[in-house]
Design a protein around this ligand. Structure first.
Ligand SMILES: [Zn+2]
Length: 324
């Protein structure tokens, strides 16, 4: 049972309801929330807080950040080249589990984050990946011998979630939103399909540093939609209205207390599988996104600019440089 289930917290619901009641009569309806998808934005945390393998990035550099450190050189070897990698090759697309409460098949979607965590550039079904995972498991005091396991994933997830200021703050209560007059608009060219988006000024500055660096990569630059912002700040009132209309703020379909209320969260275009939107939480879409050059660039580099990913959503990134 996670420590924090914001959507189930009476505090959040009470605050959201009170705000909605207090402001409904005075505020115009906001339309900053995308309507089609029902992504899981739950800031879930695991039941324990194990020591992170690296110190969380809580003070991102202002600019310019140092280059990403090289991943350890490795001889990756052939797919399924030893027993551990053979087991990983099998579970990669067959493991039946629900790491974010929604049933999933396999862990391929999370392979880039896992590879970054264990410091391996190898494909997840290779002996090189298994060797790096085994070393990580040993350092964490976990069994496995290089075989990916739910226990290893939960340990990693705890670390990833703890990097998000929203999750840390939300251990107490749902954060209050910033004053909307303090938020900064992105340029039309920076947003997806020209949609108006606003966020905290420091987030916009950090985003611009990240995007400029990313576009030096030819594969990222190949699609001009890459890294455009399709959602940033969303008012609690607008989210509450979506909850009311779509009746899916049940803790799985959508969070009642969304990180987007903080002005620190960005949804970035990282590709979309044919037939899906860029924020579709369908497994096929998320698996597709995990393989795009732009997502993999973000996994490798976004931390240098102070951004951390919500692992269930390849498109959702939160800036870690300010408290919610
Ligand atoms: Zn988001």
């Amino acid at each position: 049972m996670p420590l924090v289930k914001l959507k189930a917290q009476p505090t959040c619901r009470f605050r959201g309801a009170a705000l909605a009641l207090a402001l409904a009569a005075t505020l115009p309806a906001a339309s900053c929330a995308p309507r089609a998808p029902s992504p899981i934005t739950a800031p879930e945390t695991p039941p324990a807080r194990p020591a992170p393998s690296r110190a969380p990035n809580r003070s991102p550099p202002s600019a310019p950040p140092a280059p990403a450190p090289p991943l350890r050189p490795a001889v990756c070897g052939p797919a399924a080249g030893d027993p551990a990698s053979a087991a990983n090759a099998l579970s990669l697309n067959t493991l039946a589990w629900a790491p974010f409460r929604r049933p999933e098949t396999g862990w391929e979607t999370y392979a880039p984050l896992i590879g970054q965590e264990i410091g391996s550039p190898c494909a997840p079904d290779t002996p090189g990946f298994a060797a790096a995972l085994s070393a990580w498991q040993d350092a964490q005091g976990l069994p496995g011998g290089g075989r990916m396991s739910e226990a290893a994933f939960q340990r990693m997830k705890a670390r990833w979630q703890d990097q998000r200021p929203f999750v840390r703050a939300a251990h107490g209560a749902c954060p209050a939103p910033p004053a909307e007059t303090t938020l900064a608009p992105a340029r039309i060219s920076e947003s997806y399909l020209g949609k108006p988006v606003v966020m905290r000024p420091a987030v916009l500055a950090a985003y611009r540093r990240l995007a400029a660096a990313a576009r030096q990569d030819l594969l990222v630059r190949a699609d001009p939609r890459n890294l455009t912002i399709f959602s940033a700040y969303r008012s609690p009132q607008a989210d509450a209205e979506r909850c009311r209309l779509e009746r899916n703020c049940d803790g799985v379909g959508r969070a009642t207390c969304s990180p987007h209320r903080t002005g620190l969260a960005l949804d970035l275009f990282v590709g979309a599988a044919p037939g899906f939107g860029p924020d579709s939480s369908a497994e096929a879409n998320r698996r597709f996104q995990s393989k795009t050059a732009v997502y993999r660039w973000l996994v490798r580099n976004a931390g240098r600019f102070g951004f951390s990913n919500y692992p269930f959503e390849p498109w959702h990134w939160e800036w870690t440089g300010e408290a919610p």
